[in-house]
Design a protein around this ligand. Structure first.
Ligand code: PAF
Length: 284
């Protein structure tokens, strides 16, 4: 990959990258489309990155279907797919990690120690290996997006970042590879997540300014389903990810919850300054 990327660069061919962990859905494909007109060659990587999974997490059972992924990427106009092996990415003796301070601490960082360092490290390696000039990430992983933005700025990386809106199912559930773990009954229960966010969006634009009140309302919608275990509900500044007390301008509402054994995350920007449209398909 490194040699091929160097050749492309010598020929003046620019490469756009969508880093993925495979088992693709429409959210990933929308990121490939986002690269249209921004580079000469649209590329994706498929790599289930072991260093971003905790000991008790789902690395072993993370869904994989490389054949189908390759077909979908070709249909979406990807001219190159990079599928490295873990042993090549992390040979014995590998010792370096990228730590993006502060932004990695709240929200998912509290429950997934080391996760964002694993993400930042692999993304930097993918940028270096592919020499991409542009890369696209989804805003469903909002904290990841902010961390990668910071890393690119802090390390002066010559990569333009593009961020794609969360793509949702008809009933509002955010697309995620991990939705594949949900049983039909859990899938139905998971609707509580977009429902709680849509409730917050509406109330924040109408009458509730107090973040604690919004947070309580969100939690109570989530826990009205006994199968849902809330990990966090956080209302934070969309740039610094620091906690907010009041909805003044825009506030990021971020949620992580288990439905059965499946951990789902979702978020929405609310408040009078937000341009967020209602979540389609959700009735509150
Ligand atoms: O968002 C993901 O799928 C992963 O965190 C990423 C960015 C591909 C790094 O492994």
């Amino acid at each position: 990959m490194a040699e091929y990327a160097a050749d492309l660069q010598r020929q003046g061919v620019t490469l756009g990258l969508v880093p993925t962990m495979g088992y693709l859905h429409e959210g990933h494909l929308s990121l490939v489309r986002l690269l249209e007109g921004r580079c000469d060659l649209k590329a994706a990587s498929i790599f289930v990155n072991p260093i971003q999974f905790g000991q008790d997490e789902d690395l072993g059972r993370y869904p994989r279907d490389e054949e189908r992924d390759l077909e979908l990427l070709a249909e979406a106009g990807c001219g190159l797919v990079f599928c490295p092996d873990a042993a090549d990415m992390y040979p014995s003796g590998f010792r370096t990690s990228v730590e993006v301070d502060t932004l990695s601490q709240p929200m998912c960082g509290r429950f997934r120690p080391g996760h964002f360092s694993g993400v930042a490290t692999v993304v930097l390696k993918l940028f270096n290996l592919t020499r991409c000039s542009v890369a696209a990430f989804g805003l469903k992983d909002y904290q990841q997006a902010q961390i990668l933005r910071r890393m690119v700025e802090d390390l002066n990386l010559p990569v333009e970042l593009l961020f794609g809106e969360t793509i949702r199912e008809q009933d509002g559930l955010a697309l995620s590879t991990r939705n594949a773990y949900l049983s039909p009954r859990e899938r139905e229960t998971a609707q509580a997540v977009p429902k709680a966010l849509e409730w917050a969006r509406r109330r924040a634009s109408e009458d509730i300014r107090d973040c604690t009140e919004l947070s309580r309302g969100i939690s109570s919608i989530l826990t009205s389903r006994p199968e849902v275990r809330v990990q966090y509900v956080e209302l934070v500044d969309p740039e610094s990810l620091e906690p907010r007390n009041q909805v003044g301008e825009r506030v990021l509402v971020a949620v992580a919850a288990f439905v059965g054994t499946t951990r789902l995350i979702d978020n929405l920007i609310v408040g009078p300054g937000s341009t967020m449209k209602p979540i389609h398909g959700v009735n509150v």
